[in-house]
Design a protein around this ligand. Structure first.
Ligand SMILES: [Cu+2]
Length: 69
């Protein structure tokens, strides 16, 4: 199990937070997702088959590319 914090600069409000938590939560291997509108940070706890590549690709796909992986 790995926990990583990413910055997604395009997070602007709680709607973004809800969308990210919902979409990432559907990825296999994601244990928890905590996004914050204030800091634009997303903290994700995950294990295989989820990995940084899949998380990064999904964030990009849903419109919130991460800036620090
Ligand atoms: Cu928003």
């Amino acid at each position: 199990m790995t926990t990583k914090t990413f910055v997604a600069p395009d997070i602007s409000c709680n709607h973004c937070v809800m969308a990210i938590q919902r979409e990432l939560g559907e990825l296999d291997g994601i244990q928890s997702v905590n996004a914050e509108a204030d800091t634009k940070k997303v903290t994700i706890t995950f294990e295989a088959p989820a990995n940084l590549e899949k998380i990064s690709a999904l964030m990009k796909e849903i419109g919130y590319p991460i800036s620090n992986n």
